[in-house]
Write a protein that binds this ligand. Structure first.
Ligand SMILES: Cc1ncc(C[n+]2csc(CCOP(=O)(O)OP(=O)(O)O)c2C)c(N)n1
Ligand SMILES: [Mg+2]
Length: 334
């Protein structure tokens, strides 16, 4: 209890560096285990909420910001951090600390609970009062996964969403109630949790690395540094890409416009050339028709003359303007 013995209030806790918080959490856990093994009490739920209590008292300005615990049986770390560290052995005993939260026991106990599912409702009331008084502190409700399924919690969520009051609700989802949690909401929470497969995977990798004797901590640190570097590198690459796009986009648009208009001009030219060629061919065919008619006129009536006249007509038909100026794709099938 090296660090913890100097923590008499959350204000003391907030003087620590973030890297000291895990030590504090470990010392609190040790204190709870040692004490409860002697005097008895709610051990499991409280052991599961040690880091949560440390983080909340560190992040929020308690008691100005209001923390509202649900049931209260998981708040031993909260009691230890809020000036009741040395009284913990008196818990659940006559004249001693309550096993739950009591407003007359500490100004940090904002709501005396014992029943489950009350925290959001109580916190909502506090948030509404805060707004009416023109104050600006935070109100944070902490609720367990089983208590969240209680009717009162549902009513409070419904009302809080309706009023849109500024309120923080934290779900302490330990997949546990008095017995393993069941029900539709538990199923829903499980589905959300499973969809966070990446976080699970990350936790498992971290746990595996940390479990390796002696070098585990360093391996974990190295892996984290490497992951952070990759993430940072990717973020930088994305940023560079966006910068490049922002810089080159106008030029790209101009280039595309030039290419597009070039294509259009080439396409138009193609048809001009084709039309010129056709007109030339038209002239040639009408010359041919004239020549054939001339030759046919010199011949006596008969098969050969008829053949020449037929070819001359063909050439005349071919030289017809409307026929030859029509572009091939627009021609109706014959
Ligand atoms: C109205 C009411 N019903 C039942 C209980 C009994 N009870 C005590 S703790 C608890 C469930 C707590 O589970 P959870 O909210 O997930 O918190 P955890 O213990 O996991 O931290 C229940 C139902 C109660 N305290 N109040
Ligand atoms: Mg639970």
């Amino acid at each position: 209890m090296n660090l913890l013995q100097n923590i008499d209030s959350p204000a003391d806790l907030r003087h620590l560096r973030p890297d000291q918080l895990q030590t504090i959490a470990d010392e609190i856990r040790q204190h709870i285990l040692e004490t409860m093994s002697r005097v008895g009490g709610h051990t499991g739920a409280s052991l599961g909420a040690v880091e949560l209590a440390v983080a909340l008292h560190y992040a929020f300005d308690t008691p100005r910001d209001r923390l509202v615990w649900d049931v209260g049986h998981q708040a031993y770390a909260h009691k230890i951090l809020t000036g009741r560290r040395d009284l913990l052995p008196t818990i659940k005993q006559y004249g001693g600390l309550s096993a739950f939260l009591r407003r007359d026991e500490s100004e940090f106990d904002t709501f005396g609970a014992g029943h489950a599912s009350t925290s959001i409702s109580a916190a909502l009331g506090m948030a509404i009062a805060r707004d009416r008084k023109g104050e600006d502190h935070h109100v944070v409700a902490l609720i367990g996964d089983a208590s969240l399924a209680g009717g009162m919690a549902m009513e409070a969520i419904n009302q809080a969403g309706h009023l849109k009051t500024r309120l923080i609700v934290l779900l302490n989802d330990n997949e546990m109630s008095i017995a393993p949690a069941v029900g539709a909401l538990t199923g829903y929470l499980n589905r959300i949790r499973e969809s966070q497969g990446y976080h699970r995977f990350k936790e498992e990798v971290e746990e595996t690395l940390l479990a390796i004797p002696s070098v585990g901590g360093r391996l974990h640190h190295a892996a984290k540094t490497m992951k952070d570097a990759i993430v940072q590198g990717l973020q930088q690459a994305y940023l560079n890409l966006f910068h490049m796009i922002a810089e080159f986009l106008p030029r790209l648009v101009v280039m595309l416009a030039i290419i597009l208009s070039g294509l259009l001009v080439a396409y138009a030219l193609k048809y001009v050339v084709r039309a010129v060629l056709r007109l030339t061919k038209l002239d040639r065919l009408s010359e041919e028709a004239k020549r054939l008619r001339e030759e046919a006129r010199l011949l006596p009536p008969g098969a050969l003359r008829n053949e020449l006249i037929r070819r001359a007509r063909q050439a005349e038909a071919g030289s017809h303007m409307s026929e030859w100026l029509r572009f091939p794709r627009l021609q109706s099938p014959k």
